[in-house]
Design a binder for this molecule. Structure first.
Ligand code: FPP
Length: 241
C-alpha cells in the first residue's frame, strides 16, 4: 500500500477496543485478549516509528475501567508494568520517548514508579512520542484544567480575559502535543468513550471492525491511506482549502 509521505498524520490516537470479545470468541478468558493486545501494541509502535509518525497516543486504561472485575484491573496493571519493563531497551534503541496522560497519581504505586522512571529515561528521545492514556478521561482532564485555571484566577496569576483556547490547551494533560489528526477505534463500536474530547474537535475518525489483537501494520497503513483520501476543511468550504 502506497502512502503519501507528505501527508502523514502528525498525531495518531487509538482506542484499542475489542480485546475481551476477541478472547471470548475463541473460548479464552478476557485477560488473554489484553495479553494479545500488548503484542499488537508492540507491532503498532514499531510501525508508527517506521512510518515516521511523530506522536502515537494509545488509550490503555480509562477512568471508567476501574469498574471492571478486580482480576481484570490487576491483570491489566501487571501487563502494563511488564510492558514498560520489557520495552525500555527498545525505546532507547529506537529513539522513542514515553509520555503519559491521565490522573497518574491514582495508579498503583509500582506502576506509577516504573512509568515515571521510563519517562525520565526516555525524555531526550525524539523520533516518536509514545503517549499512553492511563487512568485517562476527557471529562476528568477538563475538570483538572478548570481547577488549575480557577486557582490561578483566585491568586491573580490569570485574568478572566486571559482565558483563551491556547490557555486551556496549556492546562490539558496533552500540553505541548499537536491535536490528533487521525483517531482510530478498533473493535466495531462507533463512539469516543471519553477520549481526547477537546483535542479531537477536528480529528478524522476511523472506525474498524478489526478487534485490537488483530490490528497490525497493514491495518494501520489502511487507516492512514483512508485518512489521506479525506479533505480536511476545518470549517471552510471545499473551494477555500
Ligand atoms: C478495550 O478492550 C481495551 C482495554 C480496556 C485495555 C487496553 C489494554 C491493552 C491493549 C494492553 C495494555 C496496554 C499497554 C499499552 C501495554 P475491551 O476489553 O473493552 O474489549 P471488549 O469491548 O471486547 O470487551
Amino acid at each position: 500500500m502506497q502512502l503519501d509521505p507528505d501527508n502523514l498524520p502528525k498525531h495518531i490516537a487509538i482506542i484499542m477496543d475489542g480485546n475481551g470479545r476477541w478472547a471470548q470468541a475463541q473460548g479464552l478468558i478476557r485477560l488473554m485478549g489484553h495479553k494479545a493486545g500488548v503484542k499488537a501494541v508492540k507491532e503498532i509502535v514499531e510501525a508508527a516509528r517506521e512510518l515516521a509518525i511523530p506522536v502515537l497516543t494509545l488509550y490503555a486504561f480509562s477512568t471508567e475501567n476501574w469498574n471492571r472485575p478486580h482480576d481484570e484491573v490487576s491483570g491489566l496493571m501487571t501487563l502494563l508494568k511488564n510492558y514498560l519493563k520489557s520495552e525500555l531497551e527498545a525505546m532507547l534503541k529506537n529513539d522513542i520517548q514515553l509520555r503519559a496522560i491521565g490522573d497518574l497519581q491514582k495508579l498503583p504505586a509500582d506502576v506509577y514508579d516504573i512509568l515515571s522512571e521510563t519517562m525520565e529515561r526516555t525524555k531526550g528521545n525524539k523520533a516518536l512520542i509514545l503517549n499512553l492514556a492511563l487512568n485517562y478521561g476527557g471529562r476528568n482532564e477538563l475538570v483538572h484544567a478548570i481547577k488549575d485555571i480557577g486557582r490561578k484566577l483566585l491568586s491573580g496569576k490569570v485574568q478572566v480575559d486571559d482565558i483563551s483556547e491556547d490557555l486551556v490547551n496549556n492546562h490539558l494533560y496533552t500540553r505541548g502535543l499537536p491535536d490528533p489528526d487521525l483517531l482510530i477505534r478498533t473493535g466495531g463500536e462507533a463512539r469516543l468513550s471519553n477520549f481526547l474530547l477537546w483535542q479531537s474537535s477536528y480529528s478524522e475518525i476511523y472506525f474498524t471492525d478489526t478487534p485490537w489483537p488483530e490490528f497490525n501494520k497493514e491495518s494501520l497503513k489502511k487507516a492512514i491511506a483512508d485518512y489521506q483520501q479525506r479533505q480536511r476543511r476545518f470549517g471552510k468550504t471545499g473551494e477555500q482549502v
